[in-house]
Design a protein. Sequence first.
Lengths: 118, 234
Amino acid sequence: MTGIDGVSRGDMNAGVMAGADMLSFVPLNVSVLERSPALTKWLLGWVGNNVEFLEPSHWPRIHGSHGTYVWSPPPAAAPAALEWPGELVHKRPTLVHVIVIPRLLTALWRNSWGKLRT
Amino acid sequence: MLTVPLGCPAWRADNLEPLILAISLPLSKSFPWRFRNTPATHDVECRVPPMWTTSFDDIGPALRKLLLQARNVPKCEGAWCPSCYTVALKDDVFPIKRPVSLEDEDAVINAKDYDRFVVARARFWRKETARNRRKQVLFPALFAVAAYAGGLRGEEVPLMDLFSTFKHFSEGVNHPKHPHVVMALCGRFKNKIGELEHLQPLATKTRLGLGVLIWFQQMLSWHKRKNVTRGPVF
């Protein structure tokens, strides 16, 4: 628990009240696949065989013309990361992209997301 | 786009916020081009949300079925054009032999290579009389010439529309002051609503000597012989 309500309850020994960094409770820098390993298994169950889970170093790489790519950027990196599939949709229209992001910092990447969808 | 709620097996409740899942499907080769708002995607978007908590195991097959449907539809051509080394390397009429990585699909051919590519095809065209073999020469050469003269990217050239090219071709060629080739592209354009026709004038022959007009004429007569007057050029 974050311990935010520790002041009103008199609990000074938990979470941020004990000195922990507030950002350590908000996983903006962690991708969904790191947060939930079960998700990888579930995605593998339906996306097909020719699938590649992209790491941040793979985002700008030249991708093939066939297959499925799973993009799971951390929310803080989503604005930059979504530019790549946005470009690939036009450059390689035969590809399938699956994008999974937690609903965090949506104000930063929802706009890019909308452009990608159109 | 789907929202995965908290508490399902793939996304546990301790993650504290829902997950957004988006699937970008390939572009189809025929109208309406994309799968968004089609009955198949609409069906998934309506059926899946109640299933997250009641029948999670059935979501995977539903999404898999959608992907299979999308994969089986004829897809739009990608950026595979004579401007890609991989295609040029495989070309039997004029293979470009250079020490480049086959993985580098986006490496472009320079203007001189274009010229050699098209000249080799023109030579082949004159020698070859079989229709099928001529077709193999005509369309890649036209593609290369249109992309080079029009400054287009690989995926823009297939937007060329036959009906409009037929319609405006003669007025461009017979222009009293500046004869030119009219390349009509049909598609969606930035900051414009709906599908539009974009008429792009091209030089009849480039300074390098690429004959733009000749390949357009060959293409039009090719389609005319087959009684095809509308639809995509490629």
